[in-house]
Design a binder for this molecule. Structure first.
Ligand SMILES: [Zn+2]
Ligand SMILES: [Zn+2]
Length: 182
């Protein structure tokens, strides 16, 4: 059971990839509302330059999770890194995020959640909605939840923003029960 959430901004030395503070503030408010838990944004940011692959122009999400877990939060607190950098794991072209299954840490990328990435005008509301869904999804994994077959459940798999848009910003009844019980 998650009692509180801490959001940490992740970026490169010099500030590239750091998400805007307003985006994180809105995300924190939405998560607090959705889950009924405390959620705050860390004022410091975490430098993930060491996890950035210059050739791929992407950051290695599993390495970021290891970096985050070295700042192990108290029991009941989940630590979620949020970045504008594109993320990858070696076997996949990209990932929207990654979490430690039954662990306290997760990482989420806003890079491919932005309409600008697809050549469209910026859409703040769409970005906010996708970021909440993706963060809830990764948070579900930290609580031991696996993928759900219900396309509307936030725990369904999504490899495109179109599929993220189909999801609701909520767990289906079965996942919600497991989320609260674990
Ligand atoms: Zn997943
Ligand atoms: Zn579900």
């Amino acid at each position: 059971m998650v009692a509180s959430l801490i959001l940490v901004r992740l970026g490169l030395r010099g500030g590239d990839g750091l998400p805007a503070m307003e985006v994180l503030d809105r995300l924190a408010a939405a998560l607090a509302r959705a889950l009924g838990v405390n959620c705050h944004v860390d004022t410091c940011f975490l430098d993930v330059t060491g996890d950035f692959d210059e050739l791929r122009a992407q950051a290695y999400s599993t390495a970021i999770l290891a970096r985050l877990s070295s700042r192990a939060p108290n029991a009941g607190t989940a630590l979620i890194g949020v970045t504008d950098l594109d993320l990858y794991v070696p076997v996949l072209t990209f990932v929207f995020g990654e979490a430690q299954l039954n662990g306290p840490c997760a990482v989420v990328s806003a890079h491919r959640l932005k309409d600008e990435y697809y050549g469209l005008p910026a859409n703040e509301a769409a970005l906010d909605a996708r970021l909440v869904k993706e963060t809830l999804h990764e948070l579900g994994h930290t609580q031991g939840l696996k993928h759900c077959v219900d396309w509307h459940c936030v725990m369904s798999t999504a490899h495109s923003v179109e599929r993220i848009d189909v999801r609701q910003a909520a767990f289906c009844r079965q996942c919600a029960e497991r989320f609260r019980c674990i």
